[in-house]
Design a protein around this ligand. Structure first.
Ligand code: AMP
Length: 112
């Protein structure tokens, strides 16, 4: 499958790992938009939020259970923002479900 995040999961493309377990991987964004910018992905290919179902939502639940720990481990100790871009209008550029964790600095009040 020609998915860059699946290639990261397979070890075919390097990443700077922040956290990993049996269900998820968290790694630094290659083009950070804040001092802390981490991506959290499921270890199965879910194309976007639109593809979350009762069958795969345990991965999403697990991601959200781990996000507070991942954010702090990554350096977002003063707060953080979680974003998932879904589809063209949201400018989703990688079609593998991912959650951006942004922090490590004062973020702008508005994101659009
Ligand atoms: P989105 O635009 O919401 O789909 O976010 C995709 C994110 O993946 C962007 O912030 C990219 O900078 C990031 N990205 C793309 N390729 C890589 C990579 N090889 N390693 C780390 N982050 C990446």
């Amino acid at each position: 499958m020609d998915c860059i995040f699946c290639k990261i999961l397979a070890g075919e493309i390097p990443s700077t790992k922040v956290y990993e377990d049996e269900m998820i991987l968290a790694f630094r964004d290659i083009n950070p938009e804040a001092k802390v910018h981490v991506l959290v992905i499921p270890k199965i290919h879910i194309p976007s939020m639109d593809a979350v179902t009762a069958e795969n939502s345990a991965y999403v639940t697990h991601i959200f259970e781990k996000i507070p720990m991942i954010a702090k481990e990554a350096g977002a100790t003063g707060g953080y923002r979680v974003i998932s871009n879904c589809g063209a209008d949201a400018a989703q550029s990688v079609p593998h479900l991912h959650f951006h964790i942004l922090g490590g600095q004062q973020l702008p009040t508005h994101i659009v």
